[in-house]
Design a protein around this ligand. Structure first.
Ligand SMILES: [Zn+2]
Length: 286
């Protein structure tokens, strides 16, 4: 499944958050071969080591996807990925990588610039939230838990707490903060909507910031809680306006503008900061 396939009615995609190159695979001969040969149904994955022009070896995830129609090389905060259609040979994939070695180096370099530190028990001294860095105070306790106390974030955890339990506690904290923000903003917009959203949920999305399904469920990217609040609010308003227009027509943007006149600034914020926000959350939550 490609990263953008889960967009339904509305979606916001970070420009450049997922850099990719594609090539249509094969001509008529391959097409005949494709019709005759049974297609594998499952997506197979493995990884290979690939040497960049500067001699550095990088891991490239190789995905054999029967639904893919072309060779595709993409880079996001998780690294490089090569997608092969069902009938593409491994050699053609390798050749594709070699041809785009420089592009791959440049894209990976871009992501290295935004690499964020991981969460370390007792060591991490601050946490990002609402566009700022907050001092973090570690306290001993039996169950991993994160709370805000005034201007400090308090992380309670046992000495031997597993990384997974710490990450779960932080994820819960971020989700509750996100729900609180949405709960604070939502009432002001409900009166002018044709219907309320059925549900608002947070998920970790790779390249999107939010989406609205046809049955009225809003999904918001969890890394929005790290963004400056106005930008987070804009994404909420954007998805809510899809309850009026399920597209990005001029009428849609008029509805956004009525409710959020500065929407262009916020969209610009995601263009410059979006990649870093997603990389930061990924580093913290794994
Ligand atoms: Zn949209």
């Amino acid at each position: 499944m490609q990263d953008r396939d889960d967009a339904r009615v509305g979606d916001i995609v970070v420009d450049g958050a997922l850099a990719s190159l594609q090539r249509r695979h094969g001509g008529p001969l391959q097409l005949i071969g494709r019709l005759l040969a049974p297609r594998p149904r499952t997506i197979e994955r493995d990884s290979l080591s690939f040497t960049l022009a500067d001699g550095r070896d990088v891991e490239v995830q190789r995905v054999r996807n029967p639904r893919a129609r072309r060779l595709k090389l993409s880079v996001d905060e998780r690294g490089a990925r090569l997608t092969l259609p069902a009938r593409a040979s491994l050699v053609s994939g390798q050749r594709f990588l070699v041809e785009h070695r420089d592009w791959l180096s440049a894209q990976l370099g871009h992501y290295a610039d935004v690499a964020a530190p991981p969460l370390l028990l007792g060591v991490t001294a601050e946490l990002p939230l609402r566009g700022a860095q907050w001092p973090l105070d570690w306290r001993p306790g039996r169950f991993a838990r994160v709370q805000q106390e005034g201007d400090v974030i308090v992380f309670t955890a046992g000495e031997r707490a597993s990384q997974a339990s710490l990450q779960r506690a932080l994820r819960d904290f971020y989700e509750s903060q996100g729900r609180a923000d949405v709960g604070h903003w939502l009432p002001r917009y409900l009166a002018t909507l044709p219907r309320p959203p059925r549900r608002i949920a947070f998920k970790r999305m790779t390249s999107q910031w939010g989406s609205l399904s046809p049955d009225g469920n809003v999904v918001l990217d969890l890394s929005l809680v790290l963004a400056r609040p106005a930008s987070f609010e804009y994404v909420l308003v954007h998805e809510l306006c899809h309850l009026i227009h399920g597209n990005h027509s001029r009428s849609f943007w008029r509805e956004v503008e009525k409710r959020f006149p500065d929407w262009r600034d916020e969209r610009g914020y995601f263009r410059t900061e979006g990649r870093r926000l997603k990389a930061t959350l990924r580093a913290l939550l794994g």
